[in-house]
Design a binder for this molecule. Structure first.
Ligand SMILES: [Zn+2]
Length: 331
């Protein structure tokens, strides 16, 4: 038996009771320096895997099993908030279909997901730095990136220390105000969202990038000392609120792309093709309207008119169109 703490113990109608375990690692004589949360959505596997592996590394470090590496500050790690959704690959909480990231700040005498949100907030609120990890939805792949919502100058500076390929700044989301990000903001400190990859699958390369980014953060805030840092991920690009060009489909059909997220595309470069699903005819070649970094790409081939095909982050400001960041892309 271990002494793994739990956020909540709950009972289920037709199965054994269950709980939401988390890791509380490092010296306990002070509030946590960093709190890391993943799996608020149960089908976003990249973040769950990264945090479970990071917890293993930090626990080994705390036990002195990583020569030369030292954990000097307390770190909270919650690999999977939606523990039941993880079992069924479900974004939402299986029993009542609620989205836990629409339940914050929660309520400790409320419905199950209100109680979960409350418990997550209670255990993460004392931390000085907080990170919420997501993947996109089942249809769209995101380049690993830091998302900043109406950030402070301190958050802008810290964001660069993750060493992620893109930092994307957004206005505060006024539609979804019951997210963990909103609740954290009320609590002060520095708050970050990481978006990486696609829901429903595990993408080891994205996971490695996010793992390295979190180790960099832990070293930057001096929670961790002496961990080896990879040198190939220092190429950070910062994109403001008016530097995103979404590509929205004007056609329906089978969408095919051979591109990978994270490449730089030129204006007019082919992003993919749309084929007729019956006679196989090429309906249209989708071309990038701008030059920039391909930060997101559609992976679901069944395409309808109005679907998001790609996002390209530009070096220069571009006219702002529809805000595709509000389309429920994993957050
Ligand atoms: Zn999510």
């Amino acid at each position: 038996m271990t002494d793994t703490p739990s956020l909540l113990q709950m009972t289920a109608p037709l199965r054994e009771d269950f709980d939401i375990p988390y890791h509380d690692i490092g010296p306990k004589n002070a509030p946590a320096r960093v709190a890391l949360v993943a799996g608020i959505h149960g089908n976003e596997l990249n973040g769950v895997f990264v945090l479970s592996r990071l917890a293993a590394f930090l626990n080994a470090t705390a036990c002195g099993e990583q020569p030369g590496v030292e954990l000097r500050e307390r770190v909270i790690v919650i690999p999977a908030v939606n523990v039941l959704g993880l079992n069924t690959l479900s974004r939402r909480w299986p029993f009542d279909g609620t989205d836990i990231n629409r339940m914050f700040p929660g309520y400790n005498a409320g419905e199950t997901t209100q109680r979960i949100a409350h418990a997550v907030l209670e255990v993460t609120r004392p931390a000085s730095y907080r990170v919420d990890l997501h993947s996109s939805n089942l249809e769209f792949e995101e380049l690993p990136q830091i998302r900043l919502y109406a950030p402070t100058e301190a958050e802008r500076l810290t964001a660069r220390c993750f060493g992620m390929p893109a930092i994307i700044e957004r206005p505060m989301n006024s539609v979804f105000t019951s997210t963990i990000g909103h609740a954290w903001r009320e609590s002060g400190g520095q708050n970050f969202v990481i978006q990486a990859g696609q829901a429903g699958v595990l993408q080891p390369q994205h996971c490695e990038r996010v793992f390295a980014a979190l180790v960099r953060l832990l070293q930057h805030v001096e929670a961790l000392v002496g961990a080896p840092l990879s040198t190939d991920d220092a190429d950070v690009h910062y994109f403001g609120v008016d530097q995103t060009a979404p590509l929205i489909s004007a056609h329906a059909g089978i969408f095919v792309s051979r591109l990978e997220v994270g490449r730089w595309v030129r204006s007019g470069e082919v992003i993919g093709q749309v084929y007729d699903s019956f006679n196989g005819e090429l309906r249209i070649e989708i071309r990038s309207p701008v030059s920039g970094l391909l930060s997101g790409l559609r992976r679901q081939p069944l395409l309808c008119e109005g679907d998001l095909i790609a996002r390209i982050e530009t070096r220069q400001p571009v006219p702002s169109g529809v805000d595709t960041y509000l389309h429920g892309q994993g957050q």
